[in-house]
Design a protein. Sequence first.
Length: 266
Amino acid sequence: MPDYLDDLRLAHVLADAADAATTDRFKALDLKVETKPDMTPVTEADKAAEELIRGQLQRARPRDAILGEEYGVEGTGPRRWVIDPIDGTKNYVRGVPVWATLIALMEAGEGGFQPVVGVVSAPALGRRWWAAKGHGAFTGRSLTKASRLQVSRVGKLADASFAYSSLSGWEEQGRLDGFLDLTREVWRTRAYGDFWPYMMVAEGSVDMCAEPELSLWDMAATAIIVTEAGGSFTGLDARPGPHSGNAAASNGLLHDELLGYLNQRY
């Protein structure tokens, strides 16, 4: 089995370049912000970071395909890099430091493409998380200065911390009643949003999280980090991996109950 460590090292180099571009424009008074057709914002920093990553990948991995939020898919083949240049653009625009660059490598296999490398870099928080298939998940300043991630062992909803992004998406999908029932059963709820709750699941500081509507680039990197930390990452339909258009992540012990409430089986 490939060890993917060279790809992981490259992903860190890509994240370093993206961090430099995004932090340079964070809180800039002349930051240019546009509205995309789906009515979500995109900044010059989103575009610049993705262009940087694409340029380095075209030089370092010319045979690999690239899928990015801002510029779509380029190339074909059994390996595909998936990029979200700024996850949390609305936070970025407002000066909230909870945003990150998400970089994943997906490889063709049974059941389609699956993530094998993931890096989540949040420079305004001073945090970075990463994983490679079969090598575990880590957080730290660099590959050589890191600590291993491990999900929690909380096994009861009454003791669990549950994180989510917002209420509106659950309501739009007709899942709000089940969502609210779940919040009444757990010990604690917090709306952290975007990449951060998945990283806290991997760290063991949050026990489960979920979002009702996501794109592949929102999930590819977070999925491999959660699973390599010993957790579960599925769609609301229980399909493993980042392919369902939504996500549920947990320490594994609580996953069936999490999905049960969100699908209103309880």
